[in-house]
Write a new protein. Structure first.
Length: 249
């Protein structure tokens, strides 16, 4: 039933994270919450309501998930590399629990999934599509920061950080892998120029720098800069979603 929370087991841990579906038909969208958020946050903060017409018309279904930021990226007591290892567990949960759940809900495998996130959730959305373009060829990031080393990072950084950091692995990407990604993924980056988009989130400079990197690598993308009144907050993300989503579903 739409809006009913389900608990999905985290691989290798005695815990579960939750997920909720909103909508009955249409393009599936995997939704990540803002930092340390829960699956319920998307609807509770007016995001479903902002595009209710699309939901009611059967043009889109949102599959919203909990974050694991509290024991990964938001745990500033751990060095960045340890946080990145924790993120690998979250990725395994997405691959082994969330994607099968979405497929069950849809009645079979689906390869036109879009990802969507706000704030830190934008990082999760863009990173998941860039690393799973065969499943999710479209990513929409609203007010994201795409360099994990800027999140109070400290300690020696290794492979786990590199492969969890879009700014790093896209910079290093070349050859056949890059050519394949160019033909399979598209990224939409939306960010305002108003309160909290520069400090403390770093969303504005990170989004513009990441768009430049995508352009340099020839990866299809769009950067949509909103004005100086556009803040790092839900009312603006509602407007941005309502503006962009109709053309994708």
């Amino acid at each position: 039933m739409s809006g009913q929370r389900v608990e999905l087991k985290v691989p290798g841990r005695e815990m579960s994270l939750g997920a909720i579906r909103y909508g009955h038909w249409g393009r599936p969208v995997l939704v990540f919450p803002s930092e340390a958020g829960r699956a319920e946050d998307f609807a509770a903060n007016g995001m479903v309501g902002a595009v209710q017409g699309l939901v009611d018309a059967g043009r889109v279904s949102f599959f919203c998930v909990d974050s694991a930021d509290r024991w990964t990226w938001s745990d500033n007591g751990k060095p960045t590399e340890d946080r990145a290892h924790g993120h690998q567990v979250y990725t395994a949960w997405l691959e082994q629990a969330v994607i099968p759940w979405i497929n069950d809900e849809l009645g079979g495998e689906h390869h036109d999934l879009a990802t969507l996130g706000v704030s830190m959730g934008a990082y999760h959305a863009v990173h998941f599509s860039l690393t799973h373009a065969h499943l999710a060829p479209l990513a929409i990031g609203l007010s994201g920061n795409y360099d994990v080393t800027t999140w109070h990072g400290w300690g020696e950084q290794g492979d786990a950080t590199y492969f969890a950091n879009p700014t790093a692995y896209i910079s290093g990407m070349q050859g056949e892998h890059l050519a394949w990604l160019r033909s399979h993924v598209s990224v939409l980056l939306v960010v305002g120029q108003g309160p909290f988009e520069y400090e403390p989130t770093g969303s504005l400079p990170s989004s513009t720098a990441f768009a430049e990197l995508l352009a340099h690598k020839g990866i299809p993308h769009q950067l949509d800069l909103w004005g100086s009144d556009s803040a790092h907050d839900w009312p603006w993300w509602q407007r941005q979603l309502a503006h962009h989503l109709p053309r994708f579903c």
